[in-house]
Design a protein. Structure first.
Lengths: 239, 210
């Protein structure tokens, strides 16, 4: 068996490693019924060093060589992430339904929604730019929220994980750098100051819900516990 | 270093899944190059990391020129048209006294992209010359570039919002200038460049030396 080979190698090369149990026994139900003292071995994603640490560690584990974060303890992860994801989804709907910013100057009032800017760029034939803004501020965050809901809801309800859950979790992790709502918020602030001199800017409900959405999303992600999710979604267990 | 007993995954013939961090033996990898746990495509190091990163860095270097020279926004106001580059925007804010906005734009649109490119060039050359200089700090530098790169998008979003808001017919209209496209392309290519660089290469060359 491949895993036994890994164990054997580790045992030979890292004296003092207790004999590891097969992954099927180690990873499943999030360590709750594991005896104390079992170890997990993890290669650092930044420097490839093999790190050993207790399976049921309740602190942040850093790589011994380069200091990368290997593991973070996330209590109550499913409940918290799920709640925050639902909150984020509601805020996302609000942000897209209500007026975003309005500019009043003289007799003119120019009212916009979150998507007006993208639409304007599109009309100026800057399709790539419009697509990029749409992707980073609307589609990727939406995908992340729906994806998390799809993964977490069955786990919370005690059902079998959704069929594509492993693939969706990978996707959610991979698109993460491209969700840039917080950068957009910064853009809003800059634009407000920029236009502050020449006109009155009236912020709509959407701006506030968007601001809250950023915190809800960030909190949902920081409460996510990928190692636990990977153990539960393990494709080998549901083959 | 004190790590005589420590070993890397590669030294033990193990491969880490990029997505779920499962350790997989080389035999298993050769039989089936996908992660048994999450289904991701496996690779010991990011494929062609140096070549890809160099290509993307050069692309970004070329694109950053029009991004800074051409106008980012074109303001039409009562018949006159005025183009603003990134730098002229910063100078305008400094002169009108909103130095905090000036510094945000300067850091996000000029400082971060240039620093990011310099850091990536430094990391690439240091790996190619098999440098063993401060690997831990270089890894931190890599993590930093990965983290801050996204904030360069601020200017693109400012343009998006301005374009939507400032549409007062003949009084004032703002349009996105050609630099916006080039600048967005710089941000995207540098983000891909940072993603395709594999920091484990920094450590690999040191291990090969020992």
């Amino acid at each position: 068996m491949p895993f036994h080979r890994i164990q054997h190698l580790l045992h030979k090369l890292l004296p003092g490693t207790p004999q590891l149990r097969p992954v099927e026994e180690i990873s499943p139900p999030f360590g709750s019924d594991l005896p104390a003292g079992s170890l997990s071995v993890m290669a650092c994603h930044d420097c490839d060093l093999l790190n050993r640490f207790p399976e049921r560690v309740t602190r942040t584990v850093l790589c011994a060589r380069c200091g990368a974060v290997l593991y973070q303890h996330k209590p109550n992860s499913i409940d918290r992430s799920l709640a925050l994801t639902l909150a984020a989804l509601i805020l996302f709907v609000l942000s897209n339904c209500f007026p975003f910013l309005a500019m009043k100057s003289g007799g003119f009032i120019q009212e916009t929604t979150l998507l007006t800017g993208i639409h304007e760029l599109w009309k100026q034939e800057l399709y790539g730019l419009a697509g990029l803004v749409m992707l980073t501020c609307v589609l990727v965050p939406l995908l992340q929220m729906v994806g998390l809901l799809y993964i977490l809801a069955p786990l919370k309800l005690g059902l079998r994980p959704a069929g594509q859950a492993a693939r969706v979790l990978r996707l959610v992790q991979e698109v993460a750098p491209w969700g840039m709502m917080e950068v957009f918020m910064m853009g809003i602030l800059v634009a407000l100051v920029k236009l502050g001199h020449m006109a009155t800017i009236i912020p709509g409900i959407s701006v506030f819900s968007f601001g809250a959405l950023i915190f809800a999303m960030a909190a949902a992600f920081s409460n996510l516990d990928p190692p636990m999710l990977w153990a539960r979604l393990d494709l080998r267990r549901y083959a | 270093m004190h790590k005589s007993a420590a070993a890397t995954a590669r030294q033990l013939g193990l491969i880490t899944c990029h997505d779920c961090h499962l350790l997989i033996s080389e035999e298993q990898f050769q039989a089936h190059p996908h992660c048994p746990r999450c289904g991701a495509h496996l690779h010991q190091r990011k494929p062609n990391s140096l070549t890809r990163t160099w290509a993307l860095v050069w692309t970004a270097i070329i694109l950053i020129i029009p991004a800074n020279v051409l106008p980012m926004t074109i303001t039409s106001s009562l018949g006159t048209k005025q183009g603003d580059t990134i730098l002229s925007g910063v100078i305008f804010f400094m002169q009108t006294g909103s130095w905090e906005i000036a510094s945000v734009i300067f850091i996000a649109s000029i400082f971060v992209p240039f620093c990011k490119l310099l850091i990536l060039i430094f990391l690439l050359t240091s790996v190619q010359f098999k440098s063993s200089w401060r690997p831990k700090d270089r890894t931190s530098l890599y993590r930093l570039t990965e983290l801050v790169g996204r904030w360069s998008m601020v200017d693109i979003y400012v343009v998006t919002i301005l374009v939507a808001l400032v549409k007062l017919g003949a009084v004032a209209t703002i349009e996105a200038g050609p630099a916006a496209v080039y600048f967005a392309a710089v941000v995207v290519t540098t983000m891909f460049a940072a993603e395709s660089f594999d920091p484990r290469l920094i450590w690999d060359v040191i291990e090969e030396k020992i």
